[in-house]
Each structure stands twice: as C-alpha cells, then as structure tokens.
Write a protein that binds this ligand. Sequence first.
Ligand code: NAD
Length: 356
Amino acid sequence: MRTLETFTYNGQPSRVIFGSGTASLIVQEIERLGSSRVLVLSTAPQEQEARKLAAGIGEKVAGVFPGAVMHTPVAVTEQAVGLAMSLEADCLVALGGGSTTGLSKAIALRTNINQIIVPTTYAGSEMTPILGETKGGEKVTQSNPRILPEVVIYDVDLTMTLPVGMSGTSGINAIAHAVEALYAKERNPIVSMMAIEGIEALYGALPLIAENPSCRDARSNALYGAWLSGICLGSVGMALHHKLCHILGGTFGLPHAETHAIILPHALAYNAPSVPDAMAKLRKALRTDDPPIAFFELLNRVAAPRALSDIGMSASDIEIAVEEVFERPYWNPRPLQKSAIRDLLGRAHAGARPAI
Ligand code: NAD
C-alpha cells in the first residue's frame, strides 16, 4: 500500500495522436482547430519530407518554411513570422525534431497561431511549454502556456529515417528528462509513473534500433517512451543534468542530444547518494544494481559517443564550465561541491566510467 503523500500535479493540456500512418490525420486536425491556412515548417535537411507532408495536406497549405536550425535564433524566427503574416497563416505544422518544434513555438508565442507538431526525434520539446531562444550568442529560456502546441501527432513511420547514431543519443536525451523527473523538487507519483514507463520503453528499444533501425516495434516503443519523457520534462523542474547540458550546449556549442547522452550516467552517479527512492525505482526498471553504469554501457550498445572530447570540448573548457555552474545556482537534490563537479566533468570529458 502507498504511504500518504501530499503533492501537486500540473497536467499540460494538449491533444496527442499516436500510431502509424497518423500523419494522414493532419487535415482533420486542422479542420478541428478551425484553421484553413497552414505554414509547414522543417529544417533544410528535412525539406523534402516537409514538402511531401504539405502535398498530402493539399489546398490548405499556404507555404513551406524549411529554415529551422538548432537553438532557435531570433533572426530566423522573425523571418518565419514575417512569412506567416504575409501568408495570413492560421496554423503551423512542424515536421522534425526539437529545432523545428522550437521554431514553431517561437512563432506561436509571437502570433498565437495554432500549432500541430509532428515529432521525428525523441527530444520531447513538443510536450513542454518551454522555449529556448538565442540572440547575440546568448540563449534565453522561458516558459509560457502560449508556447504549448494544441496538437501533437506521433507517427512512427516518420521516425524510421532517423539515423542510428541520432536515434541512440536522442533517445538517451529523452531518458534524461525522465530520470531527473524521478528526483525533481516537484516530483509526484503521476509523473514518476510516466517517467518509469518512459525509461523502460526507451531502455529496451534503443539497442534494438541500433541492431535493426527498421524494426517498427522498437521505433514505436522509443517514440512512446519519448512522449512520456517529454511530459516529465514539461511537468516538473529539472536538476544538475539539465543545468550542465544547458551550459555545455550554450557556452561551447556542443551538440544537444550527444551532450545529454554523455552526461546522464555521470549526473545520475553524482545525485545517487541523495535520491534513494529514485535509485530504487531505476534498479527495478532497468533490472540492475547500478543504474549509472547501465546508462554508461547503453552508450556503447547504441554506438553513441562516450567522451565530451569526442564531440568538440577542449580540456581547458572544463574549468570555465565549473565556474558557470556556480555562477547561477540551480536546485539539485545533492548540494553542489566544486571539486566533485570538476571531477564529474573531467570523467565525462575523458569518457571514463561514472564515479559511484
Ligand atoms: P534537431 O531537431 O536539431 O535535429 C537534428 C537533425 O536531425 C536535423 O538536421 C533534423 O532535420 C534531422 N532529423 C530529425 N528527424 C529526422 C528523421 N526522422 N530522419 C532524418 N533526419 C532527421 O535535434 P533534436 O535533438 O531533436 O533537437 C534539439 C533542439 O531541441 C535543441 O535546440 C534543444 O535545445 C531543443 N529542445 C528543446 C526542448 C524544450 O522543451 N524546449 C526539449 C528538448 C530539446
């Protein structure tokens, strides 16, 4: 029996459609929202898929903007807002990962245009009212209910092309949202339930995708886990892991998903002594005595990089990162100790096993 617990759960209202072939339901979702002029968004590499999706939507498409890039630069957003206004668009359809979702959210924040997000990675941004934008080299993050998409359509078919490397790192990025939700300041049984379900789904599916990228069941499990992990990210505050990744991405331009994948085992090992309940849940879900090592070994199993030095961080950046962690303190279940954070980053930089 559960012991009595007092908690607050904040549900994020958005409609979710999950399955295979579900992108074909976009037209009916556009009509349900009462919209009729759609601007389709994507990155340049996914332009062809975006135009194919636009062709399927047909006459309701007013335009396609294939200009989304990483970290949502304000200059790109302003260009897209200009296009949306000139086309009198009343609905955005974003096909892609966190970068395209970020552009959609940034446009919606400025215009209040409806959003339908069709995620093709496991980043989880579509489930959060959070937007990080860059201007003049600085990344500013804000949270606003207007940012949250009206509809999210998960279509497993559109994730089949996600390259093996990106599938692994993006999937571990999602696991990191769920892991930090288990020990978040605002943790609660509902979010923890979704976190464990998401971690189990992703932890099982990612190695199968690495072995056979066209396995639809593995892809479906990974996407399901990514959805649940995205809800975790949008529902409770995060801690050390996300703080470190924010600094490493923002200050040194390290790639988002790879950075999350490398840091996860180390951040969890750091917090482990202070979060016994979360560790007990993880041990049970992963069927291991040592969750940080299990995540460290997962990097090998999905052929992800293990060292920050492999993704462009120089050794001299470690001290800069340590200073930044302490410049703007962030809530964490285990108090931050400078020498231990330096050691954590040193290990992550070298690709060494996490310190238990
Ligand atoms: P991404 O969106 O930048 O995608 C990486 C590359 O993969 C792009 O070139 C993209 O076009 C390509 N790609 C995506 N899906 C593909 C597919 N199915 N097949 C082939 N190629 C595909 O990467 P990401 O990791 O999804 O997103 C990272 C961005 O999202 C960062 O800017 C991060 O800050 C942001 N993010 C925000 C939140 C939030 O809640 N605000 C959450 C997570 C991530």
